[in-house]
Design a protein around this ligand. Structure first.
Ligand code: NAD
Length: 445
């Protein structure tokens, strides 16, 4: 379903009218394409507090040219991104340096540009440091809500810049167009795994096998496409009724199709039969909705959603890990939803299942890493333009589209790019994270 409002506000009369009426002003987002692989430069490196982080070499490796503060202050340069290293902010006084660093240059950051704030893990033995570092979260989320023009603001907590290279490359690229207002921990006490820099950053998944559930259409299809672009051999799993579509997707991507209802008790065994050599990337994307308010909800609608969205995710994950099917360095990415984080009327079943996914990820992540060298993370999409959301009544759909900092819905590819970053061989230090792909939806935290 095309977003006609976004097209309308892109025209001169549309911009004029919607401004006069004080209506939302969505900006067209710059997304990754083969022709436009980067945001365009330059990148501004800023610091608040005394930092020990060795950031410059990692930023240099992104290939984005370095900008100058003076150029940005005078408006002579339009940085595509500003990275503020605030890991050294240990007290409220030093927070002033956050303001001092960003205030003079913010106006010059280009449309669809990025602000990435780097923070340190909270120090439980130092409440002044914790207060100042937690303050960065409120700062990041507030700036995300006011910055506008398709620009995003995210916070990464880290101790080692090298371990965060894949994360910084993702956030500083057009691949993260719909990710804003997020706090991402890299190696943050959940036991960050080994980081393997790929031989080729353009095809990081070359030689790896990725299985995507529910990949015959929608977000799953986009995920399969993006992982194939990154070099993976993809297995497109979907229900037998969608086999023809699954085959079509697999053929286009040079992969294979697997017709299987993921709720089958032996789904794990059947995946292992289909992939005797094992797999590297497991994406739990299949999901359904059966909306009704709880008072009107028959038990079958409740159990169908819990079964597909949560029970089968637990069951197949357990079977594949126990069977040693996920090779060391493996990645599991499950699909949560903002409905599971914020709650949504009519979706007690769906909200419960998706919150369950977040619980599974946070609990399993450290153990899966210690025992199998496999990371476990989740993406939590917000309003994404798919068949699922096209079926939503018009006014609710319009509200869903506009009620986020970017004032528009995301595209399946936005979820796919986020998944590909989590599946990346260099993302071993990203573990137990639930990352929202929601344009900083106003729903939930
Ligand atoms: P979709 O309905 O377009 O596609 C889901 C796919 O999963 C379908 O191909 C379907 O056949 C498959 N599937 C369903 N049950 C299955 C089963 N038992 N075994 C195997 N395959 C099964 O949905 P979508 O919008 O692409 O959503 C994909 C995921 O993202 C879901 O987990 C959904 O809950 C989640 N999500 C979507 C949105 C959104 O705005 N579209 C928002 C938040 C979360």
């Amino acid at each position: 379903m095309a977003d006609r409002y976004l097209s309308f506000t892109g025209t001169a009369p549309g911009r004029f009218l919607t401004r006069r009426l004080g209506l939302p002003q969505p900006a067209p987002l710059k997304r990754w394409s083969e022709r436009e692989t980067s945001l365009g430069g330059p990148l501004l490196q800023l610091t608040a507090g005394k930092s020990d982080l060795d950031l410059a070499p990692v930023l240099a490796r992104t290939g984005i040219p370095a900008g100058t503060e003076s150029g940005a202050r005078t408006g002579a340069e339009k940085p595509a991104a500003a990275v503020l290293d605030a890991t050294g902010v240990r007290d409220v006084g030093t927070l002033g340096e956050v303001h001092a660093a960003l205030h003079p240059v913010l106006r010059s950051v280009a449309a669809s540009g990025r602000v990435v704030v780097l923070g340190a893990p909270l120090d439980p033995a130092d409440h002044h440091q914790s207060a100042a570092q937690q303050a960065l979260e409120g700062f990041t989320r507030s700036l995300g809500k006011e910055i506008g023009r398709g620009r995003t603001v995210n916070l990464v907590r880290l101790t080692d810049a090298d371990a965060a290279e894949s994360t910084l490359r993702f956030l500083l690229s057009p691949k993260s167009a719909y990710v804003s207002g997020q706090v991402i921990g890299v190696g943050d006490g959940l036991g960050g795994g080994g980081v393997t820099a790929p031989g080729d950053w353009e095809r990081p998944l070359a030689g790896r096998t990725a299985l995507v559930t529910g990949a015959a259409r929608g977000i799953g299809e986009a995920v399969a496409e993006t992982l194939a672009r990154d070099g993976a051999q993809v297995v497109v799993l979907d229900v037998p009724a969608a086999e023809a579509d699954a085959r079509r997707v697999a053929e286009r991507l040079g992969g294979t199709a697997l017709a299987l209802d993921i709720t089958a008790a032996d789904a794990g065994e059947r995946i292992m039969d289909a992939l005797p050599a094992g797999l590297d990337v497991l994406i739990h994307n299949a999901g359904i909705t059966r909306d009704r308010r709880l008072v009107n909800m028959p038990a079958e609608r409740w159990s169908a959603v819990l079964e597909v969205n949560l029970a089968s995710v637990l069951r197949t994950t357990d079977a594949l890990l126990a069977g040693g099917a996920l090779r060391p360095g493996g990645r599991i990415v499950a699909t949560a939803s903002i409905a599971g984080l914020a709650g949504n009327a009519g979706q007690t079943n769906y909200g419960a299942s998706k919150a369950g996914v977040a619980g599974l990820v946070r609990s399993l992540a450290p153990r899966a890493l210690a025992e199998h060298q496999v990371t476990v993370n989740a993406v939590a999409p917000g309003f994404i333009e798919t068949k699922m959301t096209a079926a939503v009544p018009l006014f609710i759909r319009e509200a869903g589209r506009r009620m986020n900092s970017l004032a528009q819905g995301g595209l399946p590819v936005d979820v796919a790019e986020t998944t590909a970053w989590l599946a990346h061989p260099a993302s071993g230090a990203v573990n137990g994270q639930v990352v929202r792909v929601c344009g900083q939806s106003l729903l939930g935290a």
